[in-house]
Write a protein that binds this ligand. Sequence first.
Ligand SMILES: [Zn+2]
Ligand SMILES: [Zn+2]
Length: 128
Amino acid sequence: MGIIRRTKSVKALLNEFVQTKMALSTMELVERLHHQMNKSTVYRILERLEDDGILHSFAGKDGLTWYALCNNNGCSHQQHRDTHPHFQCRDCGKTECLPISIPIPEVAEHRIDSVSLLLIGKCADCIS
Ligand SMILES: [Zn+2]
Ligand SMILES: [Zn+2]
């Protein structure tokens, strides 16, 4: 593992997360960063940041992979892995980590490592 080198590309990518404070899909990131790096660089950096526990990924309702910062919105690096659900707005597509924790169920003769739960509905902006 080890801490990832903070190259210019890594900084630019992390900056997108810091600024939006939301989850971002790989497609969105590739689009936002296309002036600075190519698609495969975006994918490679995302993979490394996830390995280092800086980002975590999950699947959205559209089948895209989404990434969000760890240590943010109740996602703690210590408890790690997907013990918190994600929310996706049906109307505007806003996607975020929810600051609640889902207990990992005990299932006889199975070892459960992670839980993935996607809640779909309307965000605060779209309800009103
Ligand atoms: Zn919305
Ligand atoms: Zn999350």
